[in-house]
Every structure is written in C-alpha cells, then in structure tokens.
Design a protein around this ligand. Structure first.
Ligand code: UT7
Length: 325
C-alpha cells in the first residue's frame, strides 16, 4: 500500500563570510587553540556581520536549497524555521524569509527547541505534509548565537558560531516498502527539569532584555551521550532498522567528544560520521542542515542512503530522525 512521505528533494547552506579562529579568540580571552581543539574539536567559526540577521542567513540557505531541488519558491506552501535567535521577539523570522522569497500563500512560523530545533522543525513539517494540509515545505535552521554570547565568558563564547541550513521537503507517494525514500520516523523528547543547565538569562517576559547564554557545560555533557543514544535506539526500534543499516550519522555539532562517544556507544564507525564542527563550531539549530548540505555537496551522501540525524540541547530537548535520501 502506498504511503505519503516527506522526501528531502534539496538542501542548501549559508555561512557568514567572517571567520574567527581559536587564535583570534585567544588574543582577548584567557584561552588557547590547544584547549578549544582538545576539549571540543572546534578550530574556527563564522560570525554574522553587523546588520546580518537570522532571517537573512535563512533566506540565503533557503534559496540554495530551492536551487538544489530545482523548484521555484512559489511551489512552497509551508516554511518552518528553527531558531533561538530570531530577528525580533515577534513576528517569526520565518515570515521575513517568506516575504524575502516573495511567497504570499501558505504558512510560515518559527520553532524553538534550541539545538534540537531542526529535528523538531522536521517533525512538525513532516506531520503537516503527511496530513495533506501542505505539499512542499522549506525547513530551515538558522542562528546568530554570536548576539547572545557573553564574549567575556570563555566557557561558552568559544563554542558557538553563526550559520543557516535548509532543506526542501516534498510530500510524495512512496510504495510503502523498505526502499521508501523520505522521513521514516522522527522521535522527539524533552525534560524541563534540566531547564537551568543551558539557558539565556533574559527574555521579553522575564527581564525585558535579550540576555546571554549560560551553561553548566559539564552537566550538559554528562547527559548528552545517554540521551542521544537512547533516542537514536528508539528511532531504529520504531522502524526495525539496525545500526548497521545506517549509511550516514549526521549529529548536532556541539562537541567532538560527545559525537564520538555517542557513535562509539551506538556502534557507528567513524567513517560514517559527518563532522563540520571543526569549521562551524556549534551553530545550534543550524548545525544538522549545515552538516547535511556539506556531505551532499561533496557527494558523500547518495540517493538511497539511510541517514540518522540527532540532536540534544537546551531544555533539555533531544531527538532523532531516520530518513532515506
Ligand atoms: O549544543 C547544546 C549542547 N551543548 C553541549 O553539548 C556542550 C556540552 N559541554 C561541553 O561540550 C563541555 O563541557 C565544554 C566544552 C563546555 C567544557 O569542557 P569540559 O571538559 O567539560 O571542561 P570543564 O567545564 O570541566 O572545565 C575544565 C577547565 C576548567 O578549569 P579548572 O576549574 O579545571 O581550573 C575551566 O575553567 O577548563 C577551564 N576552561 C577553559 N580553559 C581554557 C573552560 N573554558 C575554557 C576555555 N579555555 N575556553
């Protein structure tokens, strides 16, 4: 029996032009290239230019994804943008992208689940496409974390970067077999007991200010591998695939030690892991679509490959998506 599935038909990325290396940071901060590389795997990150906003990065990535998919912006009837650094408190940055692309039909809104945002946005769009309410979506992760960092706090500011990634998700009838392309399952989790482990100390309803990112890094680290491996195992169980079936593991890019620890515990070989952390830092909701676009652009990912996406971050939120390219 055929099944309506959400198939990724194109992806795109955008990075601000300014590169900030670890050595650049070490000029003003009590840190070193050696510490940052050893503890995180990050070598450099991109920082948005003054006036360059989350919706601008998102629109660039969206245009790249539309071009890669060979479809017109007017065929898009849904935009779901994952971000924790919107241009303004409201309206949603997604509607700025919608206007930028000249789309006046359909719906556009933001999803906020911090570093898990892209997986949450993918799940949201997948549900809306499968319900028949929409037919073709742009799912975007875009962040300007540089604007919420405390640049005097070496324990957080060296970790993050700016960027955007996007996919075009198309509702298609698939045969309903093991060869089906598209999203096979998305598993989402959250546990608000951990909300103070990684948060921003401001907001419209609390302080009336934007605030700065605060994190108990060691505490986040302590939970990350368990949460990631549990949710990936859930996704495999739900689809009756095994770890050996996975062609590419596309993790949220927070820390190389977390990625390697999770892959090792799951039994995923290093050759199957897509890493962009060294060049991008942690771009929160943008990190998964940026990594995906990287591995598609250099033709590592091929049609028919099985991809496991996973993320964990503030909230805590975490999640995984299994899809066939
Ligand atoms: O994307 C959302 C999820 N976020 C994450 O996944 C982040 C998870 N956490 C981490 O990745 C790691 O915990 C960090 C990279 C943030 C920190 O690594 P760590 O191995 O857990 O280091 P630590 O926090 O235990 O700090 C070790 C030492 C401390 O000094 P003392 O107390 O041992 O003297 C820190 O003050 O390293 C010091 N330190 C630094 N030293 C040089 C902290 N930041 C820096 C720095 N440069 N930038």
């Amino acid at each position: 029996m055929s099944l309506r599935r959400s198939v990724i038909i194109g992806c795109g990325a955008y990075l601000p032009s300014k590169v900030v290396t670890n050595a650049d940071l070490a000029r003003d901060l009590d840190t070193s290239d050696e510490w940052i590389v050893q503890r995180t795997g990050i070598h450099e990150r991109r920082i948005a230019a003054p006036g360059e906003m989350t919706s601008h990065l998102a629109a660039h990535a969206a245009r790249a994804a539309l071009a890669h998919a060979h479809v017109d912006a007017q065929s898009i009837d849904l935009i779901v943008l994952a971000t924790s650094t919107p241009d303004n408190t409201f309206p949603a940055s997604a509607v700025s992208v919608q206007a930028d692309l000249g789309i006046t039909h359909g719906a556009a809104f933001d999803v906020q689940a911090v570093c898990s945002g892209f997986v949450y946005a993918l799940a949201t769009a997948d549900g809306l496409l499968k319900s028949g309410a929409f037919s073709r979506a742009l799912v975007i992760g875009s962040e300007t974390f540089s604007r919420i960092l405390d640049w005097t706090d070496r324990s957080t500011c060296v970790l993050f970067g700016d960027g955007a990634g996007a996919v075009v998700l198309d509702a298609q009838e698939q045969p309903g077999t093991r060869e089906d392309r598209g999203i096979l399952t998305v598993r989402l989790r959250s546990d608000g007991r951990y909300k103070s482990k990684l948060y921003v100390d401001g907001g419209p309803s609390s302080t009336g200010t934007v605030g700065h990112l605060r994190m108990e890094g060691r505490e986040v680290f302590r939970h990350a591998v368990t949460m990631i491996t549990d949710v990936v195992a859930d996704a495999l169980k739900a689809t009756a695939y095994t770890v050996d079936d996975i062609d590419w593991f596309i993790p949220h890019q927070a820390n190389k030690r977390i990625i390697d620890g999770s892959a090792h515990k799951l039994g995923i070989t290093p050759a199957k892991i897509v890493i962009t952390l060294d060049r991008h830092g942690n771009t929160s909701a943008a990190s998964i679509p940026l990594a995906l676009a990287d591995a598609v652009a250099d033709r590592r990912i091929k049609r028919g490959d099985l991809l496991m996406l996973e993320a964990m971050g503030g909230g805590f939120t975490w999640g995984a998506a299994l899809l066939r390219w």
